[in-house]
Design a binder for this molecule. Structure first.
Ligand SMILES: [Fe+2]
Ligand SMILES: [Fe+2]
Length: 407
């Protein structure tokens, strides 16, 4: 293997599959490794530099899902793809949603299609590696990563066992935190969730909002609460939080305008919008000196914060926030929306949610509602913007209702 050669690890318990992959790809320029079990795959990963893993799902012993989950924890920078027959569909969809793998290749495969996917994935791996160098440096410079907020952890645990837990128990748990309770009541009474009667108990608020929204709000409240930065000059936490909320609301409204969307996606877009810029909180809290410089550079040179971040940190709030969300094992749609909200075209998963957050982020800055830390107006990706078919009328009524909701 030469220094710049890219490498792929194939894991499948069927020797025939490994053999035909070896035969099919023998004249490609990649270094290739083959393992017939997850354990052997991990052994190879301990010794070799691997860029891409293609793993079967059904294997005796450690199956592909457990294997890629382990890889994700140990080597998060490696691109991971499932090779799977459709019999495994349900478990695989679940694993994809959790971010254990980024993509699915069908089995049996078409040779050309397989090669195309491998080429694309290796390109992605190379781009990630280049970007990751800046991110790694920053992550390594932090003494420790912020841990997942306690209240969220408790509520998450409760929601995971939902079949054994009553709404009363969830409400009791939330009531222990007064600021989160107040926040839930505020949202349950807001026009966004259309209640005609006053909602005055946490239990009622949980019923009105639904568990997905409750989880999103608890998460964002506890993140804002626990990582509250010593506000850097030129960065105001309160207006930043308004920016985040406005993005959540707008992303929810935008998704509701798209045809064929699951109502659950509206809730997901709301949560993703609330959290999309958490990378900035990490910067403000843990990299205070550099963060001040970023703000000054952006303002003086009239460039976007993102550009200033790359100049000063060689990484961005997208990458730092995405890394943290992934480390906290937040759902993949949140990780992806945080990671790609400025470059939505680069992500193939959760496209509508990312698109909604991207457009929402641009809109609320145009409306001058809250502050994201930017001193220049961001531009939207024209293709993604066009998907929402926004008219002047819809845009101005969105602004009106946003102002009312945030009042
Ligand atoms: Fe952003
Ligand atoms: Fe933003």
């Amino acid at each position: 293997m030469t220094i710049n050669q890219q490498s792929i690890l194939f894991v499948d318990d069927e020797q025939n599959v490994l053999k035909s992959l070896r035969r099919l790809l023998h004249d490609e320029p990649w270094a290739m490794f083959f393992a017939d079990s997850g354990d052997k795959g991990l052994e190879i990963l301990g010794k070799e530099k691997i860029d891409l893993i293609i793993s079967d799902v059904r294997m005796p012993g450690m199956d592909g899902i457990a294997f890629l989950k382990k890889v994700k924890g140990l080597y998060p920078h490696i691109v991971r793809i499932f090779l799977s027959g459709h019999a495994d569909h349900k478990a695989v969809v679940q694993a994809l949603a959790e971010g254990s793998a980024q993509q699915l290749l069908p089995k049996p495969w078409k040779n050309d299609e397989l090669k195309e996917v491998l080429r694309g994935a290796l390109k992605q791996a190379a781009a990630l590696q280049k970007k990751n160098e800046g991110l790694q440096k920053i992550i390594n410079s932090l003494a420790s990563l912020p841990s997942m907020p306690d209240t969220y952890l408790k509520i998450k645990e409760c929601l995971t066992n939902i079949s054994n837990v009553s709404i009363d128990q969830i409400a009791d748990l939330i009531e222990q935190d007064t600021s989160i309770s107040a926040e839930l009541l505020r949202w349950a009474n807001s026009a966004l969730f259309g209640q005609r009667h006053q909602v005055d108990t946490v239990k009622r608020a949980v019923l009105v909002l639904g568990l997905d929204i409750v989880e999103g709000l608890v998460l964002s409240e506890s993140v804002f609460g626990s990582i509250a930065p010593r506000a850097a000059k030129g960065f105001d936490l309160k207006t930043f939080q308004t920016h985040s909320m406005a993005c959540g609301i707008t992303a929810k409204v935008l998704i509701s305008e798209l045809p064929y969307m699951d109502p659950k996606d509206e809730d997901r877009a709301f949560t993703a919008g609330l959290l999309h810029d958490i990378g900035k909180l990490i910067e403000a809290r843990y990299l205070a000196e550099q963060f001040k410089k970023i703000i000054i550079t952006a303002r003086e040179n009239k460039i976007s914060m993102l550009k200033a971040e790359y100049e000063i940190l060689a990484t961005s709030h997208e990458e730092i926030g995405g890394y943290l969300a992934d480390w906290w094992s937040l759902p993949a749609f949140i990780v992806n929306a945080i990671r790609w909200h400025h470059e939505p075209a680069l992500c193939n998963a959760d496209r509508e949610i990312i698109a909604a957050v991207h457009v929402a982020d641009v809109l609320v800055q145009q409306f001058e509602i809250g502050a994201s830390g930017n001193y220049t107006l961001p531009e939207a990706d024209p293709e993604i913007w066009a998907r929402f078919q926004l008219t002047e009328e819809t845009v101005s009524s969105m602004k009106e209702s946003l102002l009312q909701l945030l009042d």
